[in-house]
Design a protein around this ligand. Structure first.
Ligand code: ATP
Length: 204
């Protein structure tokens, strides 16, 4: 099995230090668990390359995580994905899909599955519907590596189960951070973080 993500990083904020070392194999579904503030999101941002380590390295497909990789081989379900609030979801979709490759048929399949009203403007959606729209994009990105930060936050139990199955069945590799106990069923490996360090790694 080939290692597609290698991480050996140190990152320091004013009152927090993250120091972790691990790798992820192709096709794995890796859950990052840990208390609030343990460094899960920071770690995902380092892998995605939108945060730089103070020392050490992150290698994704044997490359540094750059914008080129973000446009093709990896995709992050972004908490900070900005919607243009005064145009419809359909127009937002047109804009977002012009920035990067998405399998548009798959995007629409998921939008229908989640029953999302494309004619509405983003501010007219519930927080769960906004999250589902972002998930439809992530799972139709055809990225070989998906990074998901709290994918089921704001979702009801039925949609959480759908997302659990989507993670398990995804053909590529997924690294996801979650407090949702349900998602433990989708992973083959769990990395437990505590105050910026790996406490233990559990393999199913
Ligand atoms: N840009 C930043 N500047 C300073 N400190 C930061 C920054 N980003 C995160 N931190 C700090 O790093 C620590 C880890 O934050 P992080 O968001 O990675 O935790 P988390 O495990 O994802 O938490 P949660 O479960 O609450 O989402 C926290 O103490 C946070 O305050």
């Amino acid at each position: 099995m080939s290692e597609i993500v290698k991480v050996d990083v140190f990152k320091k904020f004013k009152n927090f230090e993250l120091k972790v070392n691990f790798s992820v194999n192709e096709g794995e579904k890796v859950l990052i668990q840990g208390p609030n503030g343990s460094g899960k999101t920071t770690l995902l941002y380092l892998i995605y390359g939108v945060l730089n380590p103070d020392s050490g390295y992150v290698r994704v497909f044997n490359k540094n995580p750059t914008v080129e990789l973000r446009k093709s081989e990896m995709y992050m379900l972004e908490e900070y994905l900005i919607f243009l609030e005064n145009i419809s979801l359909q127009e937002n979709l047109d804009f977002i899909t012009s920035l990067r490759y998405f399998n548009i048929n798959k995007t629409h399949e998921l939008i229908n599955k989640f029953d999302l009203p494309l004619y509405k403007k983003p501010y007219q959606l519930s927080s769960g519907q906004r999250r589902l729209f972002k998930l439809a994009l992530a799972f139709s990105s055809e990225a070989k590596l998906l990074l998901l930060d709290e994918p089921t936050s704001n979702l009801d139990i039925e949609n959480s189960k759908v997302v659990k199955d989507m993670i398990r069945e995804y053909s590529g590799t997924i690294i996801f951070a979650s407090h949702d106990i349900l998602l433990k069923e989708s992973c083959n490996k769990t990395i437990y973080l505590r105050t910026g360090k790996i406490e233990r790694i559990e393999i199913k």
